[in-house]
Design a protein around this ligand. Structure first.
Ligand code: ZN
Length: 226
């Protein structure tokens, strides 16, 4: 895994928040260079801890001990300062606006290695490994439906459900961590992008209910939202 320091000035203190989330993104810009320039531009006021290029090169922008500025207005499991408690990783990909495409093998291999090292350093529960769209469903679609969440979960990164019989409604998405105040159709889409990527309907169905029940069954009791 080739690693290059490409420091960003866009960070500040975590103010003693413990790191217990990992947020994955795509860059959503036409080229890698455009994304790297923006993530390191003081005027843009955005950053991430790392960006991974198509060929697997990892660019390190912000020390993990500092708060990078990647999640924006966001929510997960009752918390809103997601940047303070997370590590953010950007994957170079033009995204839905500029030509969304599957993530190359070399890029996912580097991501897997990087995530393994992060999870060794920080106690991040599997259900707190999320996409940007999971924590900001009203605004964001990244990393999107091509992101190989199931494969990463097999490698020990994130949670993947075994479906159960269930009649849960979409309001129960908040029990997993989704923002209860976000528009429900957008939350359903974010859930589908992550856990049922071949059926992005924005409409709740039995398969979604079964997958959500499978996820909730794996949550520690203390974590589940009322
Ligand atoms: Zn993002």
């Amino acid at each position: 895994m080739r690693r290059i320091d490409r420091p960003s000035p866009n960070h500040d203190t975590r103010a003693d928040a413990a790191i217990d989330m990992l947020v994955l993104h795509y860059t959503g810009m036409p080229t890698a260079e455009a994304a790297l320039a923006r993530l390191t531009d003081p005027a843009a006021k955005v950053s991430a801890h790392y960006t991974i290029d198509d060929d697997g090169t990892v660019y390190a922008h912000v020390p993990e001990a500092r708060r990078a500025w990647h999640a924006g207005a966001a929510h997960w499991a009752g918390a809103s300062d997601i940047n303070a408690r997370s590590i953010g990783i950007e994957l170079v990909n033009p995204g839905h606006e500029f030509g969304y495409r599957p993530f190359p093998e070399d890029q996912i291999a580097s991501l897997t290695t990087l995530c393994h090292s992060i999870l060794m350093r920080h106690p991040i529960p599997s259900w707190r490994v999320v996409g940007h769209s999971d924590v900001a469903p009203a605004r964001k679609e990244d990393p999107g439906e091509f992101f190989p969440w199931a494969r990463l979960a097999k490698a020990g990164i994130g949670l993947w459900p075994t479906a159960q019989d269930s009649d849960l409604g979409p309001e129960a998405l908040a029990r997993y961590g989704y923002d209860p105040s976000a528009p429900l159709e957008k939350v359903i889409l974010a859930f589908q992008r992550h856990f049922r990527p071949r059926g992005l309907t924005g409409v709740w169905d039995d398969e979604c209910a079964g997958l959500l029940a499978g996820l909730l069954a794996r949550l520690p009791q203390s974590a589940e939202r009322a």
